[in-house]
Every structure is written in structure tokens, then in C-alpha cells.
Design a protein around this ligand. Structure first.
Ligand code: SN0
Length: 318
């Protein structure tokens, strides 16, 4: 694998999950693989889990991480070709990406959706420009449209917690949030579950008008009645996203979509999942997050092994 930009870059999600679970038992077994190699982590947005778990994954593989808050500390980058750079932007991506490639063997990038211009977000300007001009592999740490390291950690977590049943029911439920949030986590989670469609029944529950990009959710069952969606579920994965149709807008703040113990009681003893950070008592009630149905901490722990198996595959190909 050269780059990891989407979950579809993995040769096989199932095999990768099995490899990650095996790696988790002995995380230091490939310390020589990353020896004398450097990974640069560039953040255009905030981070806790991604920033620490990706560094931890690199360290477990013997790699040296270097981190830069590009959004606040780097030069403002120009991405357009042929522009007259006499305004606020100091450096062109052409030089920046090539220069960073001199110092780093892998470049990892976080650049969220701006949520103003759908076309611009879908073109993945930051990620695609780094891919175009860098001379080393690129790792997506959440871009405009996807968060594939999170989706792989979610797949690992589901594999570890799934009950012994032929078909597992997975529900991705929208929940309210005061701010407009990106679609990346929901998109990548849907792509990951749909890639396992033989094993999972997949329902996406949200208020009308909150459909995700239909290209990412083809094959999923859409349900506007949240309680109906929860019936018999084995996993409730909750995430807010802003409207995709009325792009980037908060069209609904209906607090009745919060995840409560009453709703969890409709499921088949489902586990509660969320990528974090989560707004307590807005997205999910304390009673759920503090109960043992919640597996959010284990999910966060699996971010390390998700990043580690991906970095291992990238370095094996270098
Ligand atoms: C980000 C998102 O894509 O939704 C990152 C999730 C991994 N989440 C937020 O920006 C939440 C911010 C907030 O104010 O709650």
C-alpha cells in the first residue's frame, strides 16, 4: 500500500482487522521496521486521539514522529496554480510538499472540511495537493470527506465486541449538536460497514434531510424513526454531522435524537460507540456513556493499532 487516503486503499479490510488484533497482542514486534524513519504529522485542525495515537503507533514501530500545527504555525499555503501571490498566502503547496518530503518518510495530514463549498471540500484540495507534490507516502488523519484511520479502529472494535450471531445489526445514528460538523466520520464508517455487507445489517438513522452523500451509503437502509432503527441492534454508533443537502447547515437541533438508556433498552444489548470528542447530555446521556455498554475508550485505544497496521503496510511497501 502506497498511501492511505480512504478505507478502500486497504487490500482487505477483514484481513487488516485480523492483523491489527494480532499486532495489539505484541505491539513492539516490528520495532526495526521504522528504524531511522521519520513521520511528519501536519495538523490544520485540532486533535487529541489522532495526534497522540498516530505518534504512539509510529513509536511502537521504531519511527520518529515530528508534529506541526500547520494551521496556526505554518505559512499560509497557496493551492491554486499560476496565481500572483501578492496577498496573505506566503508559500505554495508545490514547495511546501516537496520540502516536507526531504525531512519525512511519511506525511500524515489532518485537514477538515470547510463546510462552505461542497465542490471544494469534495475535491480534497489539501490532501490531493500533498499527494500530487510530495515525493513520499501520504496518510489521511481526517480530510474533508473521510476519516479512514477512525473507521479502521471502529472495524477492529466491532470485531472484538461482536456477539456470536450470523448477522450483526449495526446502526449509525445521527444525534444533535450545537455546531455544524463534518461528514468525514459518518462517511468512512458507512464505507467500512458496507464493505462487510455479508456480515452486517446496516441501518443509518437520521432526521429527514440529513442524508449523507448517497455515493458513500449505497446499500445501507435509511430510517427516519430512530427507535425503530434501534430494535435488535448489536452496535449503536453515534455521530452528528451537518446537512449534506443544504451543505454545512445545522438544519435540525431536535434534542429528542439524543442517545438515552431508554433507547439503548430497545436494542439487543447493543454496545455504544462514538469516535470522540463527544458532547455529554447533548449527543449522549451520561447514563449511557458511563455505563458498561459504552466501548468508546476501547475504540480510542484501537486508534493506535489502526494507525500502526497502516504504517506497517506503508513501510513494507517503501
Ligand atoms: C470532528 C468531526 O469531524 O466531527 C472530529 C471527530 C474525530 N469533531 C468535532 O469537530 C467536534 C467539535 C465539537 O465542538 O464538539
Amino acid at each position: 500500500m502506497k498511501n492511505y487516503l480512504s478505507i478502500h486503499d486497504l487490500p482487505s479490510i477483514k484481513e487488516t482487522v485480523a492483523e491489527a488484533i494480532s499486532l495489539k497482542k505484541n505491539p513492539l514486534q516490528f520495532q526495526d521496521l521504522g528504524k531511522n524513519k521519520t513521520i511528519g504529522l501536519l495538523f490544520f485542525n485540532n486533535s487529541l486521539r489522532t495526534r497522540l495515537s498516530t505518534q504512539k503507533a509510529a513509536l511502537n514501530l521504531g519511527m520518529e514522529p515530528i508534529v506541526m500545527n500547520f494551521g496556526s504555525e505554518g505559512w499560509q499555503l497557496e493551492f491554486e496554480d499560476g496565481t500572483l501571490m501578492d496577498q496573505g498566502k506566503s508559500e505554495h503547496i508545490k514547495e511546501a510538499a516537496q520540502v516536507i518530503s526531504q525531512y519525512c518518510d511519511v506525511i500524515a495530514i489532518r485537514a477538515f472540511a470547510g463546510l462552505q463549498d461542497k465542490g471544494k471540500d469534495e475535491a480534497e484540495e489539501v490532501l490531493e495537493s500533498f499527494k500530487k507534490y510530495a515525493t513520499v507516502p501520504i496518510l489521511n488523519m481526517e480530510s474533508s470527506v473521510g476519516h479512514p484511520l477512525q473507521a479502521l479502529a471502529d472495524a477492529i472494535t466491532i470485531e472484538e465486541h461482536k456477539p456470536a450471531k450470523e448477522k450483526i445489526k449495526v446502526v449509525l445514528s445521527w444525534a444533535p449538536h450545537p455546531r455544524a460538523l463534518p461528514h468525514a466520520v459518518g462517511n468512512s464508517f458507512a464505507e467500512m460497514v458496507l464493505a462487510h455487507e455479508d456480515d452486517f445489517d446496516f441501518v443509518i438513522a437520521h432526521p429527514e434531510g440529513y442524508e449523507l452523500d448517497p455515493n458513500k451509503t449505497k446499500g445501507a437502509q435509511i430510517e427516519y424513526d430512530q427507535k425503530k432503527a434501534f430494535e435488535g441492534a448489536d452496535f449503536i454508533y453515534t455521530k452528528n454531522w451537518s446537512s449534506y443537502k443544504d451543505y454545512g447547515k445545522v438544519a435540525c437541533k431536535d434534542s429528542s435524537w439524543i442517545i438515552t438508556a431508554d433507547k439503548m433498552a430497545l436494542t439487543d444489548r447493543a454496545k455504544f460507540m462514538h469516535c470522540l470528542p463527544v458532547r455529554r447530555n447533548v449527543v449522549v446521556a451520561d447514563e449511557v456513556l458511563d455505563s458498561d455498554t459504552s466501548i468508546v475508550i476501547e475504540q480510542a485505544n484501537n486508534r493506535t493499532f489502526s494507525a500502526q497496521i497502516v504504517l506497517k503496510k506503508i513501510m513494507e511497501n517503501m
